[in-house]
Structures are given as C-alpha cells and as structure tokens.
Write a protein that binds this ligand. Sequence first.
Ligand code: MTE
Ligand code: HPA
Ligand code: MOS
Length: 782
Amino acid sequence: MPSLSPTVLEAAPTPRGPAAGVNQFHESALAQVAGAVHYIDDLPEVRGTLHAAPILSTQAHGKLLGVDASAALAMPGVVNVVLSEDIPGDPMLAAFAGDEPVFAMDTVQFVGQVVGVVVAHTAMQARHAARKVKLNIEALPAVLTVQQALEAQSFVLPPVTVRRGDATAALAKAQHSLHGTLEVGGQEHFYLEGQIAYAMPLEQNQWCIYSSTQHPGEVQHWVSHALGIDNHAVKVECRRMGGGFGGKETQAGHLAVWAAVAAVKTKQAVKLRMDRDDDFMVTGKRHPFAYEYTVGFDDSGRLTALQLQMAANCGFSADLSGPVADRAIFHTDNAYYLQDVDITSYRCKTNTQSHTAFRGFGGPQGVILIETIMGDIARALKLDPLDVRLRNLYSDEAIAGTDQKRDTTHYQMKVEDNILHPLLSKLELSAQYRRRVEAISAWNAGSPVLKRGIAITPVKFGISFTATLFNQAGALVHVYTDGSVQVNHGGTEMGQGLHTKVAQIVADELGIPFARVLCTASDTSKVPNASATAASAGTDLNGRAAQFAARHVRDNLAAFVCGLDGCGAGAIKFKGGEVFSPVTTRSFDEVVKLAYANRIQLWSDGFYRTPKIHYDKTTLTGRPFYYFAYGAACTEVVIDRLTGESKVLKVDILHDVGRSINPAIDVGQIEGGFVQGMGWLTTEQLVWNDKGYLSTHAPSTYKIPTAGDVPEHFKVDLWPEPNREDNVFGSKAVGEPPFMLAISVYEALRDAVAQARGDDKLVRLTAPATAENVLRALQSGA
Ligand code: MTE
Ligand code: HPA
Ligand code: MOS
C-alpha cells in the first residue's frame, strides 16, 4: 500500500499550533486497530433485547393486498411481526417531501421495500422468519429506467432549468458542434459497518436510540414523528460510524424508526442490524444519470454553447434527490467558464431503491459530463485534451466585446479564489505530462495488445450545504477541575477524522496538549438541531463552533488571571499547557483549579454560521458556496484490447486543502476519495434485472476496489496556500472533492481506447468502464 510520500509532508502548510497542522493520529486509530472501540453492535445489550429483520417486497410495483405472517410467527424464537398499523404516530416518514411510508401500506414501489419487520430473540431467527412472511402483491407496471421515466413523465420532483445567455443562438453561430449522450452508473456505499439501530424504551415514553447515522438530529425527528411524541423525549447517540459516505445521511433514520416501532409493539429494546444483502436491497445508492447534450466550440477548442438535459434516476421517492440534482447542475461547469448555457435537470421516479447522498452529492455526475465533453472536443479537433481544458478554465480574461470576465459561474457566483491555472501548471510539470504523452504513444506503437492512456482532469468543488440553513453548527467545551477537557459538537465521526481535527482545534485554542482533549459521542441531548455531517463541511462548521466555545472558556480564564495579577486581558497567553501573565506563569491545570475555587464558569457553548452565502432556490442563482476546493489528478492506465480489462498504473495528485489541520488525515481523505471514485468509474456495477431486482447485492457480484487495485505509483501533494476565505485555521474541506479526481481515470481509459482504435471517432464509454464496457467502446464509435 502506498503511504505518505515525503513530498506530501514537505509541501504541508506550516503548523497552526502544536496540536493543529501536524499529523496527529486519528483519535481512535490505536483502539480501532486493536478492535477495542464500540460500534453500535458492540454496545452492551440491555436485558430482554430483541432483534428485528426486515420483510422485503418481492415486486417492483404492485398493490399490497395482504401479509400472511402465520408461518413466520410459528418459527422458533419469533416474538412478533410489526407492520404499518403498529405505528403509533404518522405512518408516513417525516422526510421533507412526505412521500415515503415508514412501512409499505397499500402499494409496494420497489423490490426490497420494507413492508414490516419480524422480531425474534436472535438476529438469525428474525432473518429466517422474515423470509417466511408471505406477501400478496398484485403486480402493476413498473418504471425501471430513466428513459422509461422520461417517456412516462414520471418524476419525484419537477424539472429544473438553469440558463445563461442564449445557448440556441450560440450553437447556431458555433464553428463546431457535437451532439452526444452519456450514461453513468450509480454506486453502493459499501460502508464496512452496515446500517444499524438500537432502540431502547426508557421511562415515561422517553427513548434512547443508538444509531449509526450522519444525522442524529434527523433520526430524533423521524423517530419522534413516527412515535407521535415530542422531539425532547428522544435522545439519539452515535460515537462513530464504520463509514457513511452519504449513505447514512437519511437512510439510517429508516432503521431507527423501524426498530423504535418494533420496540413499542414488543415493549422491549430492539436492535435492527441488516445483513449486507438486505442493506443492498433496501437502501438507496448514488444516483445513476443519463445525459443528452449539444455543445458548440471554436477552432481553439473553446466551448461557446452548451445545451444539456440531465436525468437523475431518483428511485421511488424524493429523499435528497432535489439537492443532489441541484448540485449536479452547479457542477456542470466543473473548472470551466460556460458562456451560453441551457441545462434542464429531470428528477426521475423509478421503481427502485430511493437514491440518496453519496460522496460528491451529484457533483461527480455534473463534473463527469463536462470532462467527457472536454475530451471529445480535443479528439474532434485533434488537440491535446489538457490544452483544451486549460483554454476553458475560469480566468480574468475579458469576454470579447464586453467588460465582463470569464470568472462567473452559470449560477452567477463569481469565482474569487481561482487557483486553477497555477495548480494545473504545477501538476503538468511535476507529473511530466507532456513527456509522458509522447512516451505513451511510442510505447503503444510497439504494443499490439496492451495500450496505455493518460489524462489530467481538474476539480473545483463548492463548499457549503446548498440549503443555506444547514450551514450552522454548535459545540460545547467542558473543562474539568483537573484541567482535562471534553468537547462535544453536532458533527459525527465516520472515519474522516472530524473528532481528531476538532480536538486539535480546541487544544490549540486553549494552549494545551492534544491528549488533554477528548471528543465525545454525538448526542442530540448535548448539541441540539445539528445538521447532517455532510457536504464536506464537518470541520468548517463544527470546528469553528468548538473553537468559539473554547475561546469563551479561555476568555473567562484570562479575565480571572487578570484579576489575580492586575493586568489587561490581552496580556494573558495560553501555550504549551501553561498560562503566561506579565507577572507569573502557572500551569493550565493550576489556573483551572483556582478558577473553579473562585466560581468561574469552566464550560461554554459555541455557535457558528457560515457567512456570505445566499441563493435563490427557484432560479438556482446566487452564492451557494462559501468557497471552492480545487485539485487535479494525472492518471495513466493500461487496457487489454482483447479482454477490455484495465489497470490504473500511475496517479499524481495536487490537491488544495488550504492550510491543513492534519496533513495525514487530509492525504488519507484524498487517497480514499480517489480510490472510491475509481471504483465508481471502473468496477462497481449495479445491475437491476428486467423485474427491477437488484442482482448485484453482495461483494461476490459487486466489486469495490481492494488494496491490490491501488496504483503502485500514487503520489499526493498538497497545495501550499491557506483558504482565502476566513475558514477555521485557514483550512479547506476535503471529504468529497478528491472523489472527482478519479474522473481522470475515466478520461485516461478513453484515451487508451482511442489509441487502441487508432481512428478519429469519438470514444463512447459507458461508466463504469467495466471490461465489457471498454470492449464495447473499442468496437463501436461515434
Ligand atoms: N471518510 C471516511 N473514512 N468515511 C466516510 O464515511 N464520508 C465522506 C467524507 N469522507 C466518509 C469519509 C463524505 S460523503 C463526506 S460529506 C465527508 O467525509 C463528511 O465529513 P466531513 O464533513 O467532516 O469531511
Ligand atoms: N451536500 C450534502 N448533503 C446535503 C446537502 C449538500 O449540499 N444538502 C442537503 N444535504
Ligand atoms: Mo456526504 S455525500 O455530503 O455525506
């Protein structure tokens, strides 16, 4: 496995303090590798805990005429069967569109929809019995593809159009034009810890829910809505997830509600842990997309017009499809200035799982389209694809005949922090792109079967929740009388290192060692109304809130020391576990003890909301993002023209995380995001059969990348400049943007196919570029 290359550490920004800016271990890394941390299924079970398993629809669409649970109820260990009629509150889930039942009622809408749960003494008993429940379903016609949905005008939400200028007129004037279609597949999250919830009834209809969730507040809201009780009666806790990747932003809530409803009926604590196959069958995935576009461009390869129809396969309900499809629109430009644009986005309703958030949140589906177009323009004009990309980047250049610059997005946000030109130039040089293009073509000339390809693609990713209201966060910092510190914030830990970064920030704010700060489980009874940990903004939001909370405590202590020493508050410094006043130096612990004895408040809250952002939801114009995160990747691949197999050989990445709070964690996010994106675009193929049954529902048939697929040459450098916006410690969000760097794999594969074919035709490569799809691309062309 590749490890941190030395260049990464050299390029790492200077430390912010002794705790931040350095490669602190992930706060639970050692315990995790020792198997000593608790995921939900490791928590001690309370006496009488029962286990639930879901009963799944066997039809893609139909009338649910009856449920016969008699055989299941007769199975060993089975306690009860729980259906829609057992829900004490609203049988519709509190999802924002109100279009999802908790359990299917009179209709079923996809194979795998949960009709109810079987509750038994053990999980295996419940699972076996769930298979014995007979569903009487009268089949109805099902819509299974975006094409069928478009024909039937089957939508979960109305279409959205974003326009700038006059794309039709610009196309008519264009020197060249291209028309094309593209299909890009979905993706299973494949978090290592599957979805799980553990619902515990407490006294007086109060509840404690342990949930593997990115959004404890949403779980609280959904459970209280389904149980018909106040939010304040439900506490949701999550210490960590074994991965979420967007798949636990909403989907975790369903399990929690199912477990809670089962607990109401059985009057016992109920745990619901789905096995991998059920998790595949029940939960939503990345949205598959289909596109049809016409682009106009000039002789230099500069794009002059884009007409685009993009259709998202949303599955049977809206879930997060609105904001996901919006983000796809927002990222159709990626790094490029699109002058006359006309984009229509369709949110297609199909009889499949309800597709949901997945790393990038629609961004990847926008970026891959424009990168495909850049590659096609280059091939059509016989130009180097990097030159075409460079020519189209956002810049300060004036638009001919106007006083406007090529620096404003199609949704009217000015790109103020553009570093695309220097970043791409630096990568072009460090990866020796030009020299390798020539070397590869020489190599290919002597290699009849194996053919190589190379591509550089950039990323510009907007940071903030597009729903402005979610960009708020809270935190609590508690200093105990021994000088140790607990921090609690509204974010959740899913392996991305959020708790580590927040603890680093708090440690530096109080001038104490990292080890003195403990970040505790996300808990709706500590910080209320927290947003999902999503949109990569976990550290930006919660880190700042925690910084403010720590600052309040520090200010209390500083004022107290001033009183003791008779100096001004600004004179007090907190550093290295010591508190310096002009008069004397005391240890932090000593100051805390003295302050406690003098009745000084040793804990505080902090609250943050992202400044500057605003946008109009109907026209999708404004400034939805506080700033952009940038990056670029140079990828070299090899394909076998006889089998279609491919391998990623070399990857060089230059990525912008601002002034890194933890370079090791950031590099880990970049590597992990890239490899996950590579899986999306190469081996991870979801196949629904003609009955709407997902036939790839286990690792035997659904292939995520393994350690062996990680490229041998995998170099990650960090861009050495702080965030130009005032973000916590000058850092930038890192969770999602690197995912889109993997589009360079797809573009390199298309280059290899073009080189193998040796003709002038464009390469039509359906994503994921499985061996079959690469073979198809080798054999047919536009
Ligand atoms: N990294 C790990 N190890 N596990 C995860 O589940 N989720 C990704 C990213 N990196 C994820 C991850 C997604 S989809 C997002 S939005 C961010 O982490 C969320 O965390 P952050 O906002 O703290 O970066
Ligand atoms: N990103 C991720 N998750 C979200 C968003 C977003 O922009 N909006 C709502 N949930
Ligand atoms: Mo990430 S898809 O925003 O959870």
